[in-house]
Design a protein around this ligand. Structure first.
Ligand code: T4K
Length: 368
């Protein structure tokens, strides 16, 4: 039988550990709308992540859409073209014009040095992404935001559990948004969250994710249905119990890749993020021009062996039809994002990946 090694594989706790949660849901018949597991997961995540307030969502994309709505962001928002398309789609869903700014070559995060030149009287916010879990230059971004009175909403879909010297990276900016999709380091099958600084903002976001309802008969805003169900919240509670072990395994795999790919001509591993606590969510390599074959050829050859890396993020978002007409989408404006997008390959990384498979992948890469 042909074996398939995917870029990621969800970690699932033993099935029997989930049964008691299901029994409890069946027993109390509260399936959604802020039930007991939902409340418990919010509490436990606040503790685990070291944040004060969290609002759970049905997925990360709806959380992004709602974060923008909660802060009444409008006009133009500066963002990165080097991300998953959900980042800028959330702007279009709010009738906001994305303004793409290039990324830094060393981190592939939004380059603060290029933000100011893109600010216009219509700019109301910046939406950076902690790409692959590597924290943005949060201080430089906040300084610009303070100078120009802009909001900052971090797409932190990749940054669950990441900490800098002072604690969680999720405390930066006005809001941070997480994804708990099946492919993420912490998953609830589908899910997401907004981290917010105070109880008042949490209350507003909780209203917006429940159609804008305040009480039984009052609706104060055109909110959406973004609520996480009890089933998904229960999955989250169970996953949390196994998370530290999963991070430790990810770290081992990350180190194994770095050791084995060190010195392979034309292969550049993005540097370990240098933050106090990383989450080892992805293992992106750049296939440089001095590698014997092009990135896409390497991708095909690995696939022939049953290994499926992914070209996250190719093409840049600015190339998709709904974005490519924007002035900020011109290729000349985004040289680093385009170059990285043509070279990047995210190698398989998930807790159950065996080191022998890492050996094999690295051998295949080294011997081309
Ligand atoms: N912002 C950023 C920066 C994001 O990266 C994302 C999501 C979002 C916002 C939006 O958050 P959500 O609304 O999704 O919560 C995947 C994910 O669907 C997406 O969540 C993620 N980013 C993106 C980077 O990756 P695809 O199209 O690559 O997924 P897919 O189905 O091809 O899965 C990749 C591999 O994972 C498969 O080859 C096999 C494995 N897999 C996948 C699933 C779904 C499994 O083994 N089991 C599974 O259940 O987008």
């Amino acid at each position: 039988m042909k074996r398939n090694i995917f870029v990621t594989r969800p970690t699932l706790p033993p099935l029997e550990e989930f049964i008691p949660y299901l029994e409890q849901i069946w027993e109390n018949k509260i399936l959604t709308n802020g039930g007991p597991f939902h409340r418990q997961l919010e509490d436990e995540l606040c503790r685990y992540l070291g944040v004060d307030n969290i609002c759970l969502f049905t997925n990360g994309t709806i959380a992004l859409v709602t974060a923008l709505q909660a802060l009444r962001v409008a006009g133009e928002v500066i963002t990165t073209p080097y991300s998953f398309v959900a980042t800028s789609h959330s702007l279009l869903w709010n009738g906001i014009k994305p303004v793409f700014v290039d990324v830094c070559a060393s981190t592939l995060n939004l380059d603060p040095a290029k933000i100011e030149a893109a600010i216009t009287p219509q700019t109301t916010a910046i939406m950076p992404v902690h790409c692959y879990g590597h924290p943005c230059d949060v201080e430089a971004i906040q300084k610009i935001a303070d100078n120009y009175n802009l909001r900052v909403i971090y797409d932190a879909a990749h940054a669950f559990g990441v900490e800098d010297e002072e604690g969680s990276v999720l405390r930066h900016g006005d809001l941070s948004v997480l994804s708990f999709h099946a492919t993420k380091v912490f998953n609830t099958f589908e899910g997401g969250a907004i981290i917010c600084p105070d109880a008042k903002t949490k209350l507003r976001i909780d209203q917006l994710k429940n159609f804008g309802h305040v009480g039984e008969v009052n609706v104060v805003a055109p909110g959406i249905n973004g609520k996480m169900s009890e089933f998904n919240a229960a999955l989250g509670l169970l996953q949390l119990k196994h998370l530290d072990e999963a991070f430790a395994r990810r770290k081992k795999i990350d180190l194994a890749y770095r050791e084995r790919l060190h010195g392979v001509r034309g292969i550049h591993c993005l540097p370990g993020s240098g933050e106090k606590i990383a989450n080892y969510a992805y293992f992106p390599i750049l296939v440089k021009p001095d590698y014997p074959i092009a990135r896409d050829e390497l991708n095909e050859r690995l696939k022939d062996k049953g290994i499926y890396p992914r070209r996250y993020f190719y093409p840049p978002i600015s190339e998709f039809p709904m974005y490519r007409g924007l002035p900020s989408s011109y290729r000349e404006n985004l040289p680093i994002a385009f170059e990285a997008s043509g070279q990047v390959l995210c190698l398989p990384l998930y807790p159950d990946l065996e080191i022998e498979v890492v050996d094999e992948i690295c051998r295949l890469i080294a011997e081309q």
